[in-house]
Write a protein that binds this ligand. Structure first.
Ligand code: SAM
Length: 241
């Protein structure tokens, strides 16, 4: 049975009619594959609208005024899982060149189906680890924007993200709750990776009023060659000041 999305309950003006149809198609493929792939716990239509579509775009909507994303930005979504936030971004910003990165091959195969079925011509899905991508010349320091949602601790996510970002580019961490301690750790660690904390913007999701924080960092210097460290190390031994 086809389940349609209740757009009237959460109008998302970011999507035109054709893009809404792409979201519907994405949702159907996700529901069908979720049974075997365990891609997401968020499957109810309204929850999908709020916690996947709205939430994925909110980090771009809250961009601090001092930061800009070029119209044809190269974007990488690290640990994209079922395609969040990268696929909603790809639908809304078709001029972005988006790389969906995940270490789980079967999720990447699912994403390749999504890319094909939705005709997302400027999107690619790669099965690899962030630690390996960050040391690959073809990807290192080539992205205008790296986004990371629900992958690891803030410091670990930053070690995944900043090596991939070009100087002047942005690392955007999607967080739920946010503590003073996390903020202090991140601000202290960022310069070691060539970055600087710019702003943390708090907001709530529009229906369930869940707490969110978008954390923005800018790349100011080249990342030293030893970062990211080898696979597993950023998670096992997060950088400290
Ligand atoms: N970002 C998605 C979201 O918000 O719904 C998925 C989050 S899921 C909890 C975390 C994903 O990160 C998993 O699919 C996992 O395979 C991937 N992942 C974890 N560590 C990774 C790494 N070092 N490099 C690439 N992918 C990674």
């Amino acid at each position: 049975m086809t389940v349609t999305l209740p757009w009237q309950e959460l109008p998302l003006n970011a999507f035109n009619e054709a893009q809404k149809a792409q979201c519907e198609a994405f949702y159907q493929i996700l529901l069908a594959q979720n049974k075997t792939l365990n891609l997401t716990r968020i499957t109810e239509p309204l929850e999908f609208l709020e916690k996947h579509l709205w939430d994925s775009l909110a980090g771009l909507w809250h961009l601090p005024p001092s930061l800009t994303i070029p119209p044809s930005a190269r974007v990488i979504d690290i640990g994209t899982g079922g395609g969040f936030p990268g696929v909603p971004m790809a639908i809304t910003y078709p001029d972005y060149g988006i790389t969906l990165l995940d270490s789980t091959q079967k999720k990447v195969l699912f994403l390749q189906t999504v890319i094909e079925q939705l005709s997302l011509s400027s999107v690619e899905a790669i099965a690899s680890r962030a630690e390996e991508m960050g040391q690959t010349p073809q990807h290192r320091e080539t992205y205008d924007l790296a986004v990371v949602r629900a992958v690891s601790s803030p410091v670990t996510c930053l070690e995944y993200a900043l090596p991939l970002v070009k100087i002047g580019g942005i690392a955007l961490l999607y967080r739920g709750q946010w503590t003073e301690e996390e903020a202090a750790q991140l601000a202290q660690v960022a310069p070691q990776l060539g970055g600087q904390a710019i702003a943390t913007i708090p907001y709530e999701t529009p229906l369930t009023h869940s707490i969110r924080h978008s954390v923005y960092l800018q790349k100011t210097h080249p990342t030293p060659p030893q970062f990211p460290r080898r696979v597993g190390v950023p998670q096992q031994r997060p950088l400290s000041f």
